[in-house]
Ligand binder design. Structure first.
Ligand code: ATP
Length: 358
């Protein structure tokens, strides 16, 4: 989308739906938006933020989770969706969160959940030695989590004493997420893709082995390796530097990305994107609504800022994205940190500092 500027040139403008959500969601989103505006401005584009009310509050007041008209709107009319967090103790079944978050992921068929794990400052890792046997010092890898299948599809039944959840793996679904991981690896010059499953214990995971071998054959320059998820969890702690791209199913991706976040400073810094190439993506910090710290003004807004950076990259503004990451690194290095990463700054102070570092 383009809009006229006073100087007669046209500046690109992106229409972005904002679902700030619950708990710390609105706090981190409102701290991040001015920072993102500043980065956009510097790089010659703008964002039209369209705030949507869907949240636990809205659900409790109206009984509405995500109405169909709103779904159609975000499906057809916006360039991206920026989401804070969903989850509220007043809605113990979390039905609004399921409808909104899982509804968007599934109905928009956002099959790629992309989660980078990058150590932004050496003192953020709890590892005594971040350099493992491979000798690669940096913790810098990305997780491609399958986002539309697996146990999260919610198929199953309860029968007497049995609670059955079905782990759905289709050849099409598995192949497309594996291909996305290799495509990203090739585009970013990385040399290794690690696929993780539990095919030694779960026969349905054999499809992951089959598809991985078939897809890997088309990328001869990339080292394609496999790890069972239990072994990978251990190796990620022992030698995280050796990993570059990890591709795995919905459940293992969820767990491994929290492990990854723990290696590089915690949930306050972890960003994610839900993608389907060619469609509007859904961008959300990995963290939840953290009700215990909500309303205190101490939530870390950096995960939301870094999520905005992923959104800008996806919208074609890679330089603005790099600039945002640089500003976050500099802010952390300067010691302006919220309590979760060892500082005393408030959400607003941390957000302002990142904006100033731009
Ligand atoms: P969900 O299941 O929805 O992901 P959860 O309650 O399991 O939610 P989070 O809400 O992500 O997990 O948070 C877990 C804890 O991590 C919080 O209680 C809080 O201490 C910390 N945390 C998460 N996000 C942040 C943040 N942005 N800033 C500071 N601390 C955070």
């Amino acid at each position: 989308m383009t809009a006229g500027r006073p100087d007669g040139r046209t500046a690109e403008s992106h229409r972005i739906a904002v679902i700030a959500g619950d708990g710390i969601g609105p706090e981190v989103i409102e701290a991040a938006i001015p920072v993102l505006d500043r980065a956009a401005n510097t790089h010659g584009f703008s964002c039209a933020w369209e705030r949507l009310p869907y949240s636990a509050d809205h659900y409790l007041k109206t009984g509405e989770t995500l109405p169909d008209t709103a779904f159609q709107h975000v499906q057809n009319d916006v360039d991206a969706i920026f989401l804070g967090a969903l989850g509220d103790p007043r809605v113990p079944g979390n039905e609004h969160a399921r409808d909104i978050l899982l509804g968007l992921r599934f109905r928009l068929d956002l099959y790629i959940n992309f989660r980078p794990v990058t150590l932004l400052h050496p003192d953020l890792t709890p590892l005594r030695q971040a350099v493992g046997p491979s000798g690669r010092p940096a913790i810098d890898f990305v997780i491609f989590r399958e986002n539309t299948e697996g146990l999260y599809l919610g198929r199953g039944r309860t029968s007497g004493d049995e609670y059955i959840a079905e782990d759905v793996n289709t050849g099409t679904g598995v192949e497309r997420i594996i291909r996305a991981a290799f495509e990203w690896a090739r585009a970013h010059g990385t040399t290794r893709v690690t696929m993780s499953d539990k095919s030694n214990a779960v026969p349905a995971h054999r499809i992951w082995q089959e598809k991985f071998q078939a897809v890997a054959a088309a990328y001869p320059g990339i080292d394609a390796e496999h790890r069972y998820v239990d072994a990978l969890a251990m190796e990620l702690v022992r030698d995280p530097g050796r990993f570059q791209v990890i591709v795995t199913n919905n459940l293992y991706g969820d767990i491994l990305s929290d492990l990854g976040a723990g290696l590089v400073g915690g949930l306050g810094l972890a960003a994610s994107a839900n993608l389907h190439p060619g469609r509007a993506g859904l961008f959300e910090p990995v963290h939840g609504s953290a009700p215990r710290i909500a309303g205190k003004g101490i939530a870390n807004p950096m995960a939301a800022v870094l999520t905005g950076a992923l959104m800008f990259e996806q919208l074609g503004h890679a330089e603005a994205a790099r600039d945002l990451e640089r500003a976050v690194r500099e802010t952390i290095a300067a010691g302006v940190r919220t309590p979760d990463i060892g500082g005393t700054a408030t959400t607003a102070e941390a957000g302002r500092a990142v904006g100033d570092a731009l």
